[in-house]
Design a protein around this ligand. Sequence first.
Ligand code: PGA
Length: 228
Amino acid sequence: MIIALNHKSNLGKEDFLEYIEKMYQIKTTHELIICPSFINIGQISPNKMKIGSQNVSNYEKGAHTGEINPEQLKSYGVMYSIIGHSERRQEQKETIEDIRKKIDNLKQNQITPILCVGETKEERAEKKVKEVLKREIQTAIEDQGEGIIIAYEPIWSIGTGLIPSNKEIKKTIQYIKELSPKAKVLYGGSVNEENIDILKDIEIVDGYLLGGLSLKPEKLQILLNKIN
Ligand code: PGA
């Protein structure tokens, strides 16, 4: 399984160094991908841990102040990049067009995009889940999703402790796989070392995207043991 860890905007230098030493001790056969803040990427040894970023520039190298391009990421051993997380769509006003450019930019540089998609609470209540997913996926990915990871993250589930039922997750992931048959599909939103007991029964899931839990190596180890 793929277990991607989204640190969001957390951990300064000292805390990160302490954290990464603990992460090097983690025992698992699963594919762990750590996506720290940009500022901590250079502290990770790429031969000990797979590295992802949480964003990438729409542009290539050059006059784009404050941007980090895929070539730079590659030079630090970054192999994955989270794209279109709902926090960026909302706070940074990232558009469908931006997301499309970022995915193209990554693919040209052989970095695997982890495209985040998911509905709001209101869209769920209005039974628009499929409509939202179709729009978010088809505007971002033209082909069958080869070489792409899609993370299904219902926005109302992120950081709230609320999770859809296994039946709902299974149905939604099946739909995503109909849209993008070659993509790997993760579930994300409030996954922890306790509710994994229930979630792990969903066979169609290719892995998980963890936010809060990604900062707690001991609890992460418990989760990994349970899905082993
Ligand atoms: P969470 O975050 O696990 O803290 O809900 C998931 C995410 O935003 O990727």
